[in-house]
Design a protein around this ligand. Sequence first.
Ligand SMILES: [Zn+2]
Length: 606
Amino acid sequence: MPQVTRGLTSRKGAGRRGVSIQLAKRRRVTQPPADLACPRQSAIMSYQVLARKWRPQTFEEVTGQETVTKTLQNAITSGRIAHAFLFSGVRGVGKTTTARILAKALNCHEGPTPRPCGQCVSCSEIAAAGSVDVLEIDAASNRRIDDVRELRESVRYGTARDRFKVFIIDEVHMLTTEAFNALLKTLEEPPPHVKLILATTEHHKIPVTITSRCQQYDFKPIPFSLILDRLGLICREEGIEIGDYGLRAVTSVAQGSMRDAQSTLDRIIAFAGNRVSDDDVRSLLGVVDDKLVLATFDAILAGDRAALIRQSQELADQGIEPLNFCRKLVEHVRNLMVCRVAGWEEKLVNLPDTDKELVLAQAATLSEIDLIRFYDILSRTESDLKWHLHPAIHLEMSLVKLIELTHLPLLEDVIGQMQTGATKPAAVPAAHPPAAHPPAARPPAAHPPLAERPTPAPAARPVTAPSPPVPPSEPRTAPVPASEGSQEQHRDPAINHLMTALQQQHQFRIYGALLEAETSQALSLDRGTLRVRVSSTTHAKTLQDPASQQVIKTQLTKITGTESGIAVEVEGADAEPGHDPTEHPGIRNLFEKYPGKIIVQRKVED
Ligand SMILES: [Zn+2]
């Protein structure tokens, strides 16, 4: 296989055997194969993968790196060409391609020119990776100090034919520290006929002594739409029939890498031939159908746990990896957020127009806060899935968790309640309507009151009102909870009178403790005995204090006209003195929904 042999020779030869040997080898192997008797064998041997066949040959053809190519072209035009370059960026975004085009621009017979002709011997040899004066070295397999010493040696000799001797060192971060040090001198003051182009996917691993001696170019991941366009062009030119869905799926898998996109396309063509159906793409890439993602979100919004479980099963039946599906869900959350803040913009949401209505409807139903919570849970699930023993179950549980999330009040509201001792969820803030195109299907309530949200099946979780974890000092003015009026109507009249008397006598500490008990319906008057059940240590302490009990007894005796007593019951771990605040039911409940930790524990002075 001549092509393979050539590749290997060029890389290894430059490092181990020196340049002169390599030149001879290159000359020999670049000769076309002598006789290919069988036409089928000829076709197989001449086949080039798409990434090589469609490798850009001019600066203009490089996709998505305009800043880099423009700067290089300007440098060549103005004759201000650096002696060392460092190209960094993720795999498959055009680093080596740009390095070769730069080499062509420098060595073209009509150059140096920002637009190499592509016809002369130098241009065509560089394009075929077979130029005598352009040496591509793979630092991953030539990483030792001896390899760099050989490179330093060859730098001293002049060019064989062209204007410049160009060294392209790929994956340069793989060099050892000693090798980097040996390279320093060459990088700083190479002979005038030498240009060095270093390329790396891991810029942070390059010593600063190296980076500071190079002109640095940062290659960005290629935007979705540009890869999509390029793949479309390739398919048209190659006579491949593939739908919009297939192209989008391939582009999506590539995650900004043109080479990955083209390799994936190659794989699909090898599998399906020249007519690629959506099913071919789905089964080969394990791509998750957008409809499944939309249906999953519909189930979450409707609070339909059963549907969610059924869909998880469907995923397993279709052989879709839970990790893949989770990634897709994260993407969808991101798309919903885009729809909320910027409206439907096809370039931004990366979705076909056919899904527009459904996506907008979902975006309108969820608030930004909901989406941030979803994103948080799903991205953590995504990283957990990589090591989880039962990924399918983990994902299933996370999805059910999302349903719970949609019923949560805002964190600020909960904290507000805990501080003020308010008994009902605070007023829900006004909805922020989505940015544009509100769909008619669903009301754009950004943060509907809890009651308006889809209610889950009979709540298994007991609803306990959060209570202050720290004792409030006796305030000067009476705290009047917003919901007090409505509660008074359901109280035992004697308790009503007691509460009023406590307020009038400025016994706010006792009043607050009783109010907490009442909120959780743990306050009753039973044959002259006031029965109280509290969960907060502070309130328990207050009510267990003999002085407080005396105040209550005296008031009750006055009101009911009979000798009264008080029975205080303390519930939960909170009852222990010196307790861990995270064991407080209210705080525990909070932590279940908002993962975090206590940073400051502070006594709240009302
Ligand atoms: Zn040329």
